[in-house]
Design a protein around this ligand. Sequence first.
Ligand code: 13P
Ligand code: SF4
Length: 304
Amino acid sequence: MYQEELKREVRELLRSRNAVLLAHNYMRDEIQEIADITGDSLALSQEAAATAAEVIVFCGVHFMAESASILAPEKVVLLPRLDAGCPMADMVSVEGLRELKGRHPGVPVVTYVNSSAAVKAESDICCTSANALRVVESLPDDEIIFVPDRNLGRYVARFSSKTFHFWEGFCPTHERMTTEGILRLKGEHPDALFVCHPECAPGIVELADHVCSTTGMYDWCRQSSARQFIIGTEAGILYRLRQENPEKEFILASPALFCPNMKLTSLEDIVHALQSMSPTVKVPEEIRSPARRALERMLAVPRD
Ligand code: 13P
Ligand code: SF4
């Protein structure tokens, strides 16, 4: 009951502040339930760039709120939990990227959006898990530097003839899956299809029937005629999968698929953020301008 009151309070505050609530697909169920838009990193950055609202409440992690601030500098971007970071994004620094660029002069940098604004500002173009191959193939160059996710980079490289220079970053949540665990689940559920995120390690990807972004999983599982799915990404995705497909069964590929940062934000935090209009995320102009170029270049890559 208390939760229902909080949800109502959030919706009222959103109205009175002319605010939009954007939530990543990994957020807690109750936040996904009341969000204006839920989506993957690509959909949420497109929405941040397009929304008419004056305030964006970003329920996700820090780099996502930064992207919203980069694309919509005139708006107030609230990140209800400033401590919601992304360990993968923290694995690459500006200095480290400059050093890698120094070793491959003239080679363009493709940066996964799971990165800081400052790293994006050092990059030629961004990508998400939904468009990474399209982004890579949109470049005329035969060589690219790909940061920070080694797994997404290696997955994309399988479909490209370009030479890749990787950064050895990774998502600790997705890397907690084991091949033994997947093989055991496949044995227990022989009719189930296994779908996983490209942030998974290559040995896991090898076992998958399909590899895609979080929003890609909704589409693929909805369209599939299979009845059982083993899901290889963060647990938050199960909320909408189960809602949209009540007749299908979704089995999490590992109980360790739980991103602590994605689970930090609560309804209370959102109420507090909208009442106090803090904490905000604002990217300084000298970083915003080059970072925006990299993000907008990504958004301009045509869809298939
Ligand atoms: P997508 O929702 O873009 O697939 O990203 C997954 C992720 O790990 C976000 O932090
Ligand atoms: Fe970062 Fe992985 Fe959490 Fe996504 S799931 S925010 S990549 S640690």
